[in-house]
Design a protein around this ligand. Sequence first.
Ligand SMILES: Nc1nc2c(ncn2[C@@H]2O[C@H](COP(=O)(O)OP(=O)(O)OP(=O)(O)O)[C@@H](O)[C@H]2O)c(=O)[nH]1
Ligand SMILES: [Mg+2]
Length: 403
Amino acid sequence: MRDSLDELAELAATAGGEVVGEGVQKLDTPNAATFIGKGKADEFGTHCRQHNVDTVIFDDELSPAQIRNLEKVFNCKVLDRTSLILDIFARRARTREGKLQIELAQLQHLLPRLTRFWGHLSRQKGGIGMRGGEGETQLETDRRRVQDRIARIRVELEVVRRQRSTQRQARQRNRWPLASIVGYTNAGKSTLLNRLTGADVLAVDKLFATLDPTTRRLRLPSNQNVLLTDTVGFIRKLPHGLVEAFKATLEEVVQADLLLHVVDVSHPQANEQIQSVDAVLKEIGADGKPTVMVFNKTDRLNGSREALNRLLDRYPHGVAISAASGDGIPALLAELGTQLRPAREFMELKVPHEQAGVIARLHEVGQVIERRYSGKTARFKVRIPPHFHHEFAPFIVRGLQAV
Ligand SMILES: Nc1nc2c(ncn2[C@@H]2O[C@H](COP(=O)(O)OP(=O)(O)OP(=O)(O)O)[C@@H](O)[C@H]2O)c(=O)[nH]1
Ligand SMILES: [Mg+2]
């Protein structure tokens, strides 16, 4: 409860709010009309008036009726956790696709509220919540127009997605294995991608710094190539609409051959964050994939490695690193190589020297373990992914055991 509230405060700050107070109430069942009890609501109302509060945010999802009733008592805007997360996403989205997806999720979240209380919602201006451009005008329109907009976004998204899938198909012709970096927001995913590939992805101490996926090629010391994608961070109680909206980003995760699950081990809630990430992975159908657990930020442990050791007991193949300092990166690369290896065939090839293209291709897609030149041909012992088999079939001397 405490940590969830701390996180909510951090989310509010991320959305540009200043937190001036907070409160908790234990109830067996939420009050149907006001979520919290009447007395507590009045108490909050007084506090709001005294401190000129303009927004109250609840760490749960509220019904449209609860929001309306609470706004009457507080005499200020009331948001739930879902609207707050949507708001942050709306501020961060950069690509056309990202923007469309978030607007869609926001409109869908607002629609039931618009249906009955749009007059009330139209009062909302500025601050945290729906904002800017299309969003603000939507609040002043009727339900019909919101629905029309939703329909138009769906069509546009379909077009953008088709383009993306063409790009993906082009990449798949290359058939390098795909690895996705997943993890709780702020765990250090982008820092890791930057560290491993020299990418230039924004990595800052903010929740949801990354929304749009970035993919870079990583060449392992074992000469294996892998396409590494940095993805949107996960969070507990991720609004369901957002999971839907981010299917495109998360498609990279669903298609991945391997997941790197980055955990901030210096965070007191590391275990809960792992569970939240696993829950989202399950929800999008990406559970059960080969996964390398990456225990990040070891530089912040200050000698107290107890929590880390417990995690390493639980995940024996986990790797402890500091993406910031580079500590443990060689071990991580080795583990990635091991995890990807089963997807490779070991074979011996004989290629005439004049087939320079074939030799170049071999180095590009395969891992050359041994090379010998004799007369007109070059002999290679290589490990290549099975789907390249046909390209080199004419040159195979013998297939060795898969290792
Ligand atoms: N001390 C320390 N800080 C780190 C390490 N890795 C990342 N950070 C910091 O943690 C913060 C978040 O890092 P990001 O790489 O943006 O995290 P992310 O997982 O991509 O976060 P989102 O995209 O917001 O979900 C940044 O301030 C990083 O500098 C690490 O190994 N050690
Ligand atoms: Mg990031």
